[in-house]
Design a protein around this ligand. Structure first.
Ligand SMILES: *[C@@H]1O[C@H](CO)[C@@H](O)[C@H](O)[C@H]1NC(C)=O
Length: 167
């Protein structure tokens, strides 16, 4: 079942209407970036429910509770020969925010060396860490830990973004 989130009426007055199928991380970012242009109306279609006010999606590391729930597509892998042909679960988000909504609020943006390897393998220098960092920071709303001795030097502010929610 597909649930439509948004207002069809706004599309009628738009210069350009874009329909984004899938409200996961990629679809949401695309919709957000497109909607910066006031002449573009964006409709996001997501198969799952909203993530808003869902306790299981907002408590760090409680994510196993989302497996085989209404927030999960309930996929399994193909039979794995090296696992005696078992078919492990492969949780994928069936909810606004997609799999990023069922990941226990973790963030892994990969080390600089991985980004540089991607640039080397693709032959596209724009994937180098030094080029990607500005986008990574733009997407991050890092919360500084308390200014106490316990957290002294626990993070490097030069590689974090602090204003993602203000974009
Ligand atoms: C996944 O399984 C749960 C538990 O059976 C169910 O409630 C949910 O609707 C299923 N998800 C989808 C996308 O069908």
């Amino acid at each position: 079942m597909v649930r439509v989130v948004g207002f069809l009426s706004i599309l009628a007055s738009a210069t350009l209407a874009v329909i984004v199928v899938g409200g996961g991380s990629a679809g949401s970012i695309i919709a957000s970036r497109l909607s910066v242009n006031s002449h573009v109306s964006v409709l996001v279609i997501e198969g799952g429910p909203s993530h808003e006010n869902e306790v299981d999606l907002t408590i760090p590391y409680i994510y196993p509770r989302t497996f085989h729930s209404r927030f999960d597509w309930n996929f399994t892998t193909v039979p794995q020969p090296n696992l005696n042909n078992r078919t492990p679960i492969y949780p994928r988000g069936h909810v606004l925010g997609g799999s990023s909504s069922i990941n226990g609020m973790t963030l892994n943006r990969a080390p600089a060396s991985d980004w540089d390897k991607i640039a080397t393998h693709t032959g596209d220098r724009s994937f180098r860490w030094e080029n990607m960092l500005k986008y990574i920071k733009k997407n991050e709303g890092f919360n500084r830990p308390p200014n106490t001795l316990e957290y002294a030097n626990s993070y490097d502010p030069s590689v974090h973004g602090f204003n993602a929610d203000k974009i």
